[in-house]
Design a protein around this ligand. Sequence first.
Ligand SMILES: Cc1cc2nc3c(=O)[nH]c(=O)nc-3n(C[C@H](O)[C@H](O)[C@H](O)COP(=O)(O)OP(=O)(O)OC[C@H]3O[C@@H](n4cnc5c(N)ncnc54)[C@H](O)[C@@H]3O)c2cc1C
Length: 669
Amino acid sequence: MKKGIIEISGVRFPLYSLNTLIIGSGAAALNAAVNLFEYGQKDVAIATENWGGGTSNNAGSDKQTYYKLSLSGGVTDSPLEMARDLFSGGCMHGDIALCEAQNSAQAFFHLVSLGVPFPHDRFGAYVGYKTDHDPRGRATSAGPLTSRMMFECLAKDIKKKGIQVFDGHDIIALLTDKRNGGKYVIGALAIDKDNLDPESLGFVVFNAVNVILGTGGPAGMYKSSVYPESQLGSSGLAFEIGAFGNNLTESQYGLASIKFRWNLSGTYQQVIPRYVSTDKDGQDEQEFLNHYFPDMGKLATAVFLKGYQWPFDPRKVRDYGSSLIDILVYQETVMKGRRVFLDFTRNPPSGGILEDFSFDMLDKEASVYLEKSGALFGTPIERLKKMNQPAIDLYMNNGINLAEDYLEIGVCAQHNNGGLKGNIWWESNIKHLFPAGEVNGTHGVYRPGGSALNSGQVGSMRAALYISKRYTETPPEPERFLAAAQDQVKDKFEQARQMIKPPAGENHILHKAREDIQERMSSSGAHIRHPEKIKEAIKEAWSLYSRLKKESKVASSEELPDAFKNLDLCLTHALYLEAIGEYLEKGGKSRGSYLVVDSNGDKPCEALGDEWKFSLNQEDAPVNQKILEIHLDEKSVVKKQWVDVKPVPQDEAWFENIWNEYMQEKIVK
Ligand SMILES: Cc1cc2nc3c(=O)[nH]c(=O)nc-3n(C[C@H](O)[C@H](O)[C@H](O)COP(=O)(O)OP(=O)(O)OC[C@H]3O[C@@H](n4cnc5c(N)ncnc54)[C@H](O)[C@@H]3O)c2cc1C
């Protein structure tokens, strides 16, 4: 990497020239850097807004899952079978599914070799278990903090390899050029938050042949969120330069605690806590679930099942299914403005027509599970102590004593199934730009639990391989780079100057805009969707975006990164809402992890009002046959297209032929 100084409009900025810039420091970004280095491309650096921030290092769950090919004992499996299972979730391209399956063992053992403590038996078998949407027990876990352990092992290796990290650098723009009619990325622009000098405002310019975008899910656009606070996302960087998004309608939502953000899956639900709602001040306690279930057995079984049916799923609403609970929590919190808590100190009590909880009321599945776990006794906290003491410790370490305190909850955004579009090397339609990890929307409607972590590792490894074979050039000399990048840097710098001169007064738009985005997304673009509300939401989103472009003001340069983040999130949420609007317009109904209100459908349960009527997509619904792509064209006009879902490739590879192609370097292309 070469360091220089460039001057634009009389202002001097640091310029770094290198082969590949990796943006972000989550598990996907770090794996990209490690793999590039191992494949021989050492002219790389990482720019991250906050080393240690992001989802990988700060989120987890009861048993955080990593999905991979089955690798133990007599369990039969094959990459093709795994690809078919990934593909069968709907609206996932088959070639991508095959890559994720085919490379899963390699990516997994790479982590093992770096020290991630995935458990194995004495014969060396990495034994698996079944996760959701998984027919073969392909899941494994290193505990509640699997992704943190991945981050830690990868981070250690980054240090060992001496890869340069630009910490505290918020990337605010990707720089592009055109060649042969196509657009390609040529670098990026950052604000160095530790060097916000009044002249350059902290601007740093990267001249890079390739950019790997590992910025994670666009978490910052939701109000109700179980993403860690440090994760906001930056998909807008890519949308702004015309990158395609796909499946933006598909995200995952579920029940989580909100003071300390954590998924309430697994044993937290299997011990059957009491759900209670209160008014805003914590008064007027109500056993709100009791009014919607016909008997206590059904209520308690639905709570139990939430443990391993964690994401909200409209197919699991009817017949007093586990996802009815999410609807009832949403009704209390969002529609009635009350608060909902889990109480682990008492079993669900009588109320309405329901009697007190007792174990003999449970469905067989639940009672057998609790019996086998030696937990058919006592209160929820006593059962949790018996089944999973670390689950209690985790909250204790975060200031919440489940043996005494109520745990406040909500239905929260947790994962981005859709996102930026990439090819089988994770390269976007903008050449040399590789979105990897959660920012890349490889998944379809349903995905097996744990496939996000697999996808992030496989994708970053594939991008690294491609770059190390095909895009090995040294970066252009500063003069040539500037000829293409100068105006783009100038525009952003001018925008920053306008934000700061004159500085904003007290009640400026910065915080209000973030709240607006989050409010709109959680009410119109999350797990409950209203066809009649969406058009207005889209209009408001674009109107805020144009206001932000013109009127964003900050009190000082310290606020510049937040102002650019608002622009990014605002553009991102506008495109996500556009995708939802298009899906509803085409007659799309409930699927995946969201319910579409439909007055011609049925109510989720008898006691809920007509406003809750909904229906599921028919299997052969047009929206299930194609993938919705969306992007901004050269004039920033939104373009949408429905493309065919590519099938899983069935090539019969013949060894001698592949060997020949491989020796002639014809594989990676
Ligand atoms: C509660 C919870 C539980 C989960 N459980 C599972 C599970 O069991 N199994 C599973 O497979 N997945 C799970 N996931 C999802 C999975 O953890 C994430 O998809 C994955 O960790 C994302 O990794 P990433 O590297 O893509 O992004 P992240 O780890 O989010 O990293 C993004 C990085 O980009 C940086 N960044 C963002 N914007 C910029 C910018 N403009 N400039 C510089 N840096 C930037 C951030 O600071 C961060 O370092 C869970 C997620 C949550 C929230």
